[in-house]
Every structure is written in structure tokens, then in C-alpha cells.
Write a protein that binds this ligand. Structure first.
Ligand SMILES: [Mg+2]
Length: 372
């Protein structure tokens, strides 16, 4: 299974609503930026990272894949994922300018493509290739009903529809207004509308400072918040640890962390309760496994962030024993040969060989962007 070619791509896929906002981002498209790796025996592996469809920075990722990584991969055995990961991530000149950011997003895309190839070669879905399913039912939680840009009426209607029509028992609501009392009122209305049994998590996307979070958590105490995700600046371990000591609401984070070392530091500080690795920001499946194993060793639950909109994480969550539930956002699923599908609040287990990353030819034609 020698690597014959590595072809980068950029897709800008429209969201299922016109636009959405959280406390720090407003987007209209999801960027799917990655590579197709073809082997001498004719297999094609697909891997990608997730972006906010900003073409100039997307082209930095594809340039890294094309100019830095592809020459290190051509002619190598695609099944040597650990060796090739180390070759790319620990290349002295690339390590000097990388270890996070653009080079790591590019690494994620390449590594996922190699794991897709390995599972396709074995003719089994990735969860089976990795060691088999830990569960028959992977529960989904719905984030797509809870954007900050939704009016209260839209939020309540979406939450009710998710629970009463679509069968979700878990949702996530974005918070982070300039006045946190505004968020409290929205959450009180959601809790009143859905009742006591639905699990409601919240996500601040790193906007607030520590005193704001402390005041907010004191007021939210009786709302049975399942977790508070990214309450503070993404890299601020000390403030997350201080907040965790100060509130009974569990802290969740990890979608903006690039390495197993970063997760180790947050865990060691007691700054995180729900570990949220993202296979598209860590260096792919190879590094995701390291983080999930680290969480397991600390008996912390893993709840992946769906940067790849759950195409790969559905495999990893069906397999890895530290996994619990998985985020569901339906923006890009219909561009894949085997879409991430949820029925009655449960992710359907993928059954096709590979990592569910094979993108439809018509999506490349319609939404592909020039690399230059
Ligand atoms: Mg989040």
C-alpha cells in the first residue's frame, strides 16, 4: 500500500441555515480542507480538517500538505501511521514552525486519510479496525438548535422540535452575551419549556473572563447545567482550574487544544471534567487516541468536538472505552458517501469500510475552491 499521490483540496460547504453565530464566531460556510491520498494498489483515503471557510488561511493548510508533507509521504507505506505521523510532526524544520496551528491542522487531514486507507484496505469500518464497538447505542446531543444568533422564540422552538420530534434527550445552548443575565433568562426559558429530564449543556466559546463566569455560574446553579464548555480563554489553565474549584457545574473543553501535552496540563490542574478532543485539530486519529487514553487513565469522560461534523468521531466514539456521547451538527453530512446520521437521538453505526470520510464527486465539483 505505497503512497502514490497526495492531492490537497478545499471545499466551502454552505450551512443548513443562512448563517449562525456563537459568542466569538459568525459563519455562513464550513471549510472542509484536506487531502486525497492514493496508493499504488488503487485505494483512495480521504482526510480533512474543519475551518471557517476563510480561503486565504485554508490555502496555507493545503500549501503545507502539498509542499511540506507530500514529499515526505510519496513512496512510503500508507499503513505505517505511527512512523509517518512522527516523520511529519517531528520533522526538525517543520516542528520549528509548527506543533500547533496551520501545520497541525494539515497533519490532522493527512493522518485521517491514512487511517481511512488502513480501514479500507482491511475492508472494515474504522471502529472495527480499531478493535470493535464498545456499545450498541451512541447517544447524540444537538448543538444546532442553540446558536446565540437565534431569538428566544427560535431557540425554544428548535429545542422543543429536537426533543419532541427528533428524539434527542440532550441539547447544547450557546451563551456569552455581553450581559450574562440575558443568557440566564434564555436558559431559564429552555429549562421551563423542556422540563427536568432533558440534559442541557452550555458553551461560552471562550469569551468571558473569570469574574463574569463566577457570577454566571452562581446564578445558573439551579438550572442543572450538564456542563459549561469553554467558559474562558482557550489556553488559560489557571482560570479554568479556579472556576472548577468555585462551581459545581462541570467544565468541558478541548476543541481548541492541539496536543496531548495541552490536555495533560489541563487535566493535571483539575481544570477539566469533560474532555473534548477534536481529531481535526489534534494530529488526526493517531494523536486523538493518545488524548482519549489519557482521559481514560484519569477516568474522565470523552465527548469529542465535532470539527469534522462527526464523520470520524462516530467511529472513535463507538470504539474508545472513555467515550460517552457525541455532538451532532448536520451541516455537511450529505456531502459524504456514508453520512453521519442520527435517528431518535442515536448515531447510526457506520458499516462501510473506512473512516466515513469519502466525499462525493459532485461536492468536489460544486463546492471546490482553487488552491492558488
Ligand atoms: Mg464548543
Amino acid at each position: 500500500m505505497k503512497i502514490q499521490s497526495v492531492e490537497p483540496f478545499i471545499l466551502h460547504l454552505p450551512l443548513t441555515s443562512d448563517s449562525i453565530s456563537d459568542s466569538t464566531h459568525s459563519i455562513t460556510h464550513w471549510g472542509v480542507v484536506g487531502a486525497v491520498v492514493t496508493t499504488t494498489d488503487g485505494l483512495k483515503g480521504y482526510g480533512f480538517t474543519g475551518t471557517h471557510a476563510h480561503l486565504a488561511s485554508d490555502r496555507l493548510i493545503t500549501a503545507c500538505i502539498r509542499d511540506c508533507y507530500a514529499p515526505l509521504l510519496i513512496g512510503e507505506d500508507a499503513s505505517d501511521t505511527t512512523r509517518l505521523w512522527t516523520r511529519l510532526a517531528r520533522h526538525p524544520a517543520l516542528q520549528w514552525v509548527g506543533r500547533a496551528g496551520i501545520t497541525h491542522l494539515a497533519l490532522a487531514a493527512v493522518d485521517v486519510a491514512l487511517w481511512d486507507l488502513k480501514a479500507k484496505k482491511a475492508q472494515v469500518p474504522l471502529w472495527s479496525y480499531l478493535g470493535g464497538a464498545r456499545t450498541e447505542r451512541l447517544e447524540a446531543y444537538n448543538t444546532d438548535i442553540g446558536w446565540l444568533s437565534f431569538s428566544l422564540d427560535e431557540l425554544l422552538a428548535g429545542a422543543a422540535r429536537a426533543v419532541e420530534e427528533d428524539g434527542f434527550t440532550r441539547i447544547k445552548v450557546k451563551v456569552g452575551h455581553d450581559d450574562p443575565n440575558f443568557d440566564i433568562k434564555r436558559l431559564e426559558a429552555v429549562r421551563k419549556r423542556l422540563g427536568e429530564t432533558i440534559r442541557v449543556a452550555i458553551d461560552g466559546n471562550g469569551k468571558w473572563d473569570l469574574p463574569t463566569c463566577q457570577r454566571f455560574c452562581a446564578r445558573a446553579r439551579d438550572l442543572d447545567i450538564y456542563w459549561f464548555e469553554e467558559p474562558l480563554w482557550y489556553d488559560d489553565i489557571a482560570s479554568h482550574a479556579a472556576l472548577a474549584r468555585n462551581t459545581p457545574i462541570p467544565i468541558a473543553l478541548g476543541e481548541q487544544l492541539y496536543s496531548v501535552d495541552a490536555f495533560r496540563s489541563f487535566i493535571a490542574a483539575g481544570a477539566v471534567a469533560y474532555v473534548q478532543p477534536d481529531v481535526t485539530r489534534l494530529g488526526g486519529v493517531t494523536e486523538y487516541i493518545q488524548v482519549a487514553d489519557l482521559a481514560l487513565a484519569h477516568r474522565l469522560p470523552v465527548v469529542p468536538h465535532a470539527g469534522e461534523m462527526s464523520q470520524v468521531h462516530v467511529h472513535l466514539s463507538y470504539w474508545h472505552p472513555a467515550s460517552t456521547v457525541l455532538e451532532y451538527i448536520p451541516w455537511i453530512k450529505d456531502h459524504f458517501a456514508e453520512p453521519a446520521n442520527v435517528r431518535d437521538g442515536i448515531f447510526r453505526r457506520p458499516e462501510q469500510p473506512g473512516a466515513s470520510t469519502t466525499i462525493l464527486a459532485e461536492s468536489f465539483e460544486r463546492y471546490g475552491k482553487s488552491l492558488n
